[in-house]
Write a protein that binds this ligand. Structure first.
Ligand SMILES: Cc1ncc(COP(=O)(O)O)c(C=O)c1O
Ligand SMILES: C[C@@H](O)[C@H](N)C(=O)O
Length: 425
């Protein structure tokens, strides 16, 4: 297996990367020319090596979210050879190349690399809006509405129309049509953007429904935005290309820092004018990035390396779900990609017990939502099943003695914040 030797400043190799042992050695000589020789830094880094395997183990046992995935050795290696242009002036080749790649994948003419999915969504939505009063229609569980710190109210001064899908899974064109605010009645805040999310809580939104909603929006001159934090998962699961989804949206925001495993980053895509406006709001929010190439390089590797692995992640998730079903568990919503939402109420499991049983086994569970990602180890999955088994046992014993969980006035069991609403977050 090759050992990559990178001369940093001198002709002698200063940074040595071994893909055989997945380790990175930075010679103290190289460090000394980069950092003032401080006793603790030199000692610490004199023979520094980042043992990627230990570092990777952090994510291997963490079912909290797919946002916990950690950079791989190849991502770190790519960062070492990224260009160092100033992205505020659009001078960074690595960043520009990543943007062009994702724009082309999505069938859009322009793209912008941003530091988070929240920023991607909020600046896209703001860029579509002009003068209030205006509103955004979305699913009541949408991340842009439930988990982006009220950005629609502050950045966009927008009202939100949160819609409950009749099928309890995804919005249909009938759901949307019933709640669109049209016309210029001075009592209202007309709908200016329909914001969809795919996947949402791991559920895939059928492209046929997206097409109908898009046609409805276009008939009324309403913009379409997609929170595509996990559009990669939807594409991997359905085989529908990203560019096919792109036909139905004015903007899309795709996270590379979730299931794909990049350390940082989201790419938004759309027409040049709206991306330019979004770039303006990115700068206004302090999101202009100087040497973005370091992050873009890792993101580029993540797309190449991990996008092809997502389907396997979904198969692992569905296998786990069927094994949990055999144990008597049921789910709040179907398991379609990389999330399992346990119905703890039906199982009579107090989430605090499940979390505790996970901790005892050295895995991180945060409640009813179980997130699977490509860095989860098979050992951790076995431990998860054991934690659920133990929690079931304990909860049955507690039920028998009438001490299980905190009862609500209606006698049902109280649950933690992670179980209150079914969300993708
Ligand atoms: C569907 C969805 N959209 C957007 C985001 C926001 O991404 P970030 O956490 O990078 O701001 C998340 C969560 O990470 C998410 O689950
Ligand atoms: C916490 C939330 O913002 C994130 N989307 C998650 O899935 O974990």
């Amino acid at each position: 297996m090759p050992i990559i030797r990178i001369p940093l400043i001198f002709s002698r190799p200063s940074i040595i990367f071994s893909s055989r042992t997945s380790s990175l050695r930075i010679s103290s000589r190289a460090i000394r020319c980069l950092y003032p020789p401080k006793k603790n830094i030199t000692r610490l880094l004199s023979n520094s090596s980042i043992a990627m395997s230990e570092y990777k183990s952090i994510a291997a046992t963490d079912f909290k979210s797919d946002t916990v995935t950690t950079p791989t050795a190849t991502m770190l290696q790519a960062m070492l050879t990224a260009t160092h242009g100033d992205d505020v002036y659009k001078e960074d080749k690595t960043t520009n190349d990543l943007q062009a790649r994702v724009a082309e994948m999505c069938g859009k003419p322009a793209a912008l690399f941003v530091v988070s999915g929240t920023m991607g969504n909020q600046i896209c939505l703001r860029a579509h809006l002009q003068q209030p009063p205006h509103s955004i229609l979305c699913d009541y569980r949408a991340h842009v509405y439930t988990h982006e710190a009220g950005g629609l109210a502050t950045l966009s001064q927008a009202m939100v129309t949160p819609v409950h899908p009749r099928n309890k899974l995804y919005l249909t064109v009938e759901d949307v049509e019933d709640y669109l605010i049209l016309g210029n009645d001075i009592h209202t805040a007309p709908t200016r953007v329909i914001s969809l999310e795919n996947t949402l809580a791991g559920l895939v939104m059928p492209i046929e429904e997206i097409a109908k909603i898009s046609a409805l929006a276009r008939r009324h001159g309403i913009k379409m935005h997609l929170d595509g934090a996990r559009l990669w998962n939807a594409a991997a699961e359905t085989g529908v290309p990203l560019a096919e989804y792109g036909k139905y949206f004015d903007t899309m925001s795709l996270c590379i820092s979730k299931g794909l495993g990049a350390p940082v980053g989201t790419v938004i895509v759309g027409e040049p004018d709206v991306i330019q406006t979004a770039n303006w709001f990115r700068k206004q929010a302090g999101g202009g990035i100087r040497q973005a190439g370091l992050l873009a390089a890792a993101a580029d590797v993540a797309i190449t390396e991990t996008f092809p692995k997502l389907k396997q992640t979904h198969e692992i998730t569905k296998k786990l779900a069927s094994e949990l079903e055999e144990m008597g568990l049921t789910f709040q919503i179907p398991v379609e990609t990389n999330f399992i939402f346990l119905d703890l109420v039906k199982a009579g499991i107090d989430p605090a017990v499940l979390i505790e049983e996970g901790n005892k086994l050295g895995i991180t569970i945060v409640g009813a939502r179980i997130a699977i990602h490509y860095q989860i180890s098979t050992a951790a999955i076995e431990k998860l099943k054991l934690a659920v088994k133990n929690a079931l046992e304990i909860s049955k014993q507690r039920h028998a003695s009438g001490t299980n969980g905190v009862k609500k006035p209606d006698g049902s069991l109280a649950y933690g914040v992670y179980d209150k609403i079914v969300t993708d977050h």
